[in-house]
Structure formats: C-alpha cells, structure tokens
Design a protein around this ligand. Structure first.
Ligand SMILES: NC(=O)c1ccc[n+]([C@@H]2O[C@H](COP(=O)([O-])OP(=O)(O)OC[C@H]3O[C@@H](n4cnc5c(N)ncnc54)[C@H](OP(=O)(O)O)[C@@H]3O)[C@@H](O)[C@H]2O)c1
Length: 353
C-alpha cells in the first residue's frame, strides 16, 4: 500500500444507496455560491445520525450522496457575498447535507461547501481534530436551550439562574456541549454519566454528577437538588434511549414540580406524557433552517468568541480512526458499536490506494 499526497483532488466517501457501504471515489472540487465557502477538510467527525441514515434511510432523498455534518479545515474559496471569512481561515463547520440533500454539502470528503452562517473560526491553538467534534452537538444544544426551553441569549456576564438544569448523558458528544452552554447561561448543572467521566464533567462546569447505573440515581439527584436549594425545573435528555427520558422526567416532577420543561434528543414513544412536564424534541438542523438567524449569531459570533476566551472547550475526547477518508465506514461502524466519552474523527491529509 502506498500513501500519495493528493492535495488537489476531492476524495469522498460516497453512499450510493441506503444500506450500501461507503465507496471511496474522486469527485470534482465544488464551487461556492454567493453565501457559501469551500473548505479543504483536515478532520471530520462521525455522528450517530450518519450510521442511522445509512441503516434506515431517513433525511436523504437524493442518492448517491456524501454524508457527514462536522468538518474542520481551511477555507480555500469564498462566495461573492461572504464578508466574515477569507481564504486560509481555519474554521469548523456544520455541513448541510442532512437538511439540503446536496452532495457537495456532505462532510466526508476533502472539499465541502459550507454556508457562511454555519461556520466558526477556531483559535490558532486548537487542532483541526479538536475543532471538528462539536458543530452538530452545539447546534443541537443551541436549539434545545434557546428554542425548546425558550432561554435568552447569554449576555456578556454570567447571571446565576434560580433553577437547576438536568443533563442526562453529559459525557456524550451532545451532553458535553450542552453542559458548557448551560454553565455559560448561569445554570447549576446536575449531570449523569459513568463515574470515569465525573472529574472531566466537573472541570467543564457541572455542579453535581451522578452515576446513571446507580439504581437510586433519580432519588439521589432529587435529594442533592433539595439540599443545595436548587429545584430542577429544566432538563435535557441527551441520550434518548432505554429509560433515560422517564428518569429525567421523574427528576423534574419530583424536584421542580409541575411546569417543568424537558427536551429530548430523540422522539419519545407516543404514550410518553408525564403529568405536569412539557416535553419537546430538539433538532440541530433547525439552527440553519427555521432559526437561521439564531444559528448565524451562534456560529459566527458567540461560538467563535467562546472558543477564543476558553469559556467553551473542545469536548469530549478526540479519538482519531487512522487511515484517511477510506476509514469513514470503519469510524461509523465503531460509533454504532458504542463509544464512551469520545468523538471519533477521521483525518484526510493523504490518500491511500
Ligand atoms: N435531534 C438531533 O438533532 C440530534 C443531534 C445530535 C445527536 N442526536 C442523537 O443524540 C444521541 C446522542 O448523540 P451523541 O453523538 O451525543 O452520542 P455519543 O456521544 O455517541 O453517546 C455516547 C455516550 O452516551 C452515554 N450514555 C449512553 N447511555 C446512557 C444512559 N442511559 N444514561 C446516560 N448516559 C448514557 C455514554 O455515557 P458513559 O460513557 O458516561 O456511560 C456515552 O458517553 C444519538 O441518539 C444521536 O442520534 C440527535
């Protein structure tokens, strides 16, 4: 096997049809539209939605396609109306294929078209791998807090909130993003995760962390909220599997009482209607469709500043799946098998053939 630097070509992990495996192909380098940029990707992160689309076929109507939402690299072309970015900027981006079905907007290729509103400059000190892992998770958290929970945008200084906020599954990719955003909004965050991640989650801003494997976990959270005088009225279930949504709803009902609001990362069963708790579902793509002004503010302004001043860090831990674009399928298979406190990333500095 030889490794050939292929800086000028666009190599893609193509999905020819639902339930097919990725095929490595050469594609043309795309041209940006007026409000778009083209990024030469250096790191691309795998998300659960990628293998779920591959397995179940939702969201994508046009095949062949290139999947992937999170990519990080260097701007190589800018559209005529773009003012925020220039060639050679180091950026991280939420790629749009999941909602616009355009193959050129998929992350798993060397060159991706990105909308300028879905792009953030990263600090010089941040690696491409670190930069690639949070756009999808941050967009999910943004919609959960600002749209589903109706919270105001954070101002310059942090204002302490009276209510506690529960994040179920805080060591996940979405959970670590939500935790940091909630901390910046002034919430005392009550989080659940495996014990191996408790120290990290405290360092990211969690107020209290609980082991979700503990059969008394919900009672412990409710007791901790009571003893610290912080009723939990708001919650985010970043897992959405098994009984997590029921446990989260129980905590809100027992701690904050009626009127609590719980956001879910996945749709609940139809008969899930906890008494007195408002249930809603988040959607990352909404940051660039019906709430595009919010997404633009977040990606072009708030996230860039927060990464620069260190109030938002790259999390969870990066794990590179070595081998370049040809290992995109391996990365998705590995993610489907399950990860703990990690984000799987592929890098595409060279092409093996
Ligand atoms: N609606 C949307 O727009 C949207 C956007 C992004 C993601 N999602 C969905 O959100 C889910 C999470 O995505 P992700 O990328 O954040 O996943 P992930 O990082 O791959 O999730 C792995 C983590 O889940 C934690 N976990 C698993 N079961 C748990 C439980 N019962 N209680 C608490 N934590 C648990 C594990 O915690 P420990 O290691 O600590 O045990 C692990 O760290 C996926 O289903 C994804 O499809 C939806």
């Amino acid at each position: 096997m030889t490794i050939v630097a292929k800086e000028n070509g666009n190599v893609a992990a193509m999905l020819e049809e639902c339930q097919a495996r990725f095929k490595t192909v050469d594609r043309p380098i795309p041209e940006p539209g007026p409000n778009e940029i083209v990024v030469r990707n250096h790191a691309i992160a795998a998300n659960p939605v990628d293998w779920k689309i591959q397995d179940y076929g939702f969201a994508i109507k046009n095949y062949p396609t290139v999947l992937g939402s999170d990519c990080c690299g260097i701007v190589v072309a800018v559209g005529e109306s773009v003012t925020k970015f220039k060639v050679r900027d180091r950026v991280t981006c939420f790629a749009g294929v999941i909602y616009n079905n355009d193959i050129n907007h998929g992350a798993f290729q060397s060159y991706t078209i990105l909308r300028d509103i879905a792009t953030t400059k990263i600090p010089d000190s941040m690696s491409f791998e670190e930069g690639s892992i949070f756009p999808m998770a941050m967009a999910t958290s943004l919609i959960s807090f600002m749209v589903n929970l109706g919270l105001p945008k954070p101002s310059g200084s942090i204002t302490a909130q009276e209510s506690g906020l529960l994040i179920w599954g805080a060591s996940s990719s979405v959970g670590t993003s939500a935790l940091q955003l909630a901390k910046n909004l002034g919430f005392k965050v009550f989080a659940t995760a495996s014990p191996a991640h408790h120290k990290t989650l405290k360092s990211l801003g969690a107020f209290e962390v609980f082991d979700y494997h503990d059969s008394a976990v919900v009672e412990r959270i409710v007791a901790a909220a009571k003893s610290t005088g912080t009723p939990i009225t708001l919650g985010f279930d970043a897992v959405g599997e098994g009984k997590s949504y029921k446990q989260a709803a129980y905590v809100l009902g027992a701690s904050g009482g009626r009127g609590g609001k719980l956001v879910l990362v996945l749709p609940p069963p139809e008969d899930f209607a906890p008494d007195g708790i408002e249930i809603s579902q988040t959607g990352a793509f909404k940051a660039f469709t019906e709430h595009a002004d919010l997404g633009k503010w977040f990606f072009n302004d708030y996230l860039e500043k927060s990464l620069a001043d260190g109030s938002i860090l790259s999390a969870p831990q990066v794990e590179v799946v070595p081998g370049g674009i040809q290992t995109a399928q391996t990365a998705l298979d590995k993610l489907k098998a399950g990860v703990s406190g990690k984000k799987l990333v592929i890098t595409i500095d060279c092409y093996r053939h």
